[in-house]
Structure formats: structure tokens, C-alpha cells
Ligand binder design. Sequence first.
Ligand SMILES: [Zn+2]
Length: 256
Amino acid sequence: MKRLPLHRRPFWAKRILEIGPGHAPFVGVTHAVDKFPTNNEQRAGDLNLAAGVEFREGDLEAIPFGPYEANEPGTVNQSNSKFDYLYVSHVLEHVKHPEKAISEVNRVTERGYIATPSPLREQLSCPYPFVGEADFHRFFCWRSRDSKVIHVLEKSADRLGEFCGCRYGLMAERLFKFQRIDGLELESLMPTLSKETRVYFATPLNVVIHSSFVDACADGACAYRSVKYVTFWTSPFTYWVSSRLGRLRAILKKPI
Ligand SMILES: [Zn+2]
């Protein structure tokens, strides 16, 4: 079972929906939706739900819970109220239409938490070269300073290995070369915050679709800002207290 950090946990929420709980749902969930109730291909174990959780098969682009617009065809109106909180952990990067997914999020909840791999992690760890349909993750997802906006960029052969020219992009490119070309296993050395995009939001949430990492950075929405957690946690202080980060620091100091 997963939990948010104490100061982020929605203790006040009564109706809590999770999309894609898989084998590791969040604590306190009252309703759940999963696209693959019996197929474990995209997760590490069987679907695992606490007793009493109301479950429906469905996905983020068509959430099978209300409230719906009146008379919308093909829908079953179950409730006129929104959920108090929504968990969407490592699902958004799988969808075909992120705008549709975010409009569904806005329809069903007031607040929530979305997590995806960070673009830095995708660059370091996803199948490479790009393998198209064989890759379950279709989008890079990140946040900017505005927590009401999620930025996305479709994965493609051209985007894998593309970096912007800002200081974050240059550091991400450096890590990419260490991992992909020199074959150094960096991911296990990096702090979680650098590897995950985490958005705590109140609706309405917006989505911005970009066409390249360079353009996104030029528009003020650099995708590689999470690299700052790598450099921060390998500062001289942590160098002394952690052999894991000390090793990463030694790698970062290596000339290209
Ligand atoms: Zn940038």
C-alpha cells in the first residue's frame, strides 16, 4: 500500500478514487478503476484492493464514475457529486489522449495527485532506441512552477535523446551519455524526486502539449528541471554522508 507524505495526505477526504491502483494502491481509497483487472503485463503483481472498495473496469480517458453531464449518451449517472480526492499514479504516461484524460480528471474530482516518471528518468531508462508500440509509455510528462498545468510531449525516436540547451538540459544530456553510452547504471543512484513528476492539484487542471523539448524550454516549461534534485543531493554535504550519492558525485565530475 502506498501513502503520500504526511503533510500531503488528504485526511479530510471521504470519497477517494484511484485510477490504476494495480498491485500497490493508496491507503484510504474508497473507489477504484483499473483498465487491466486480470492482466499483469504492465505491473508487478495482481490487482490488490482493500475490502469494501467499489471497483469498476475502465481507464483514465473514460472514468466510469459520475458526475456526468445530463443525458450524455452511453453513461450511467451514479452520483452528482465529485470525488474529494483522486490518485493517478503512473497512468497518465500510458494514455493515448492526454487532453481527454485531464478533462476526465476535472470532471470527477476537486483535488488530487498525479505521478509519472520524469522526462529525465524516461530518457535514462526507457527502451532505447525507440521501439514505438512496444513501449507502454507514450508521453513524457512534467510540471512547471504552475501546479495547475501538466506538460506533455509525445515519445518518438526524435525526442529520445533530445535535450534543451539550458543548464538543466545540459546536465540531463550529460547523465544520458553516462548511462546510455558509457553504460553506467545511474538510475539507482539518483534521488526519487529527480525521477518522478509529482503534481498535487486542485481542479481545473490544464494540459499543454509540446512538440519538442527545445520549444518547451523556450516557452518557459523546461522538462528537465527535476535534474536539480540530482545536483542538490550530490552537494558536498551529502557527499560525506552517503556513499551512494558520493559515487554519483564522482561520476558527475568525470570529464565528458
Ligand atoms: Zn531546459
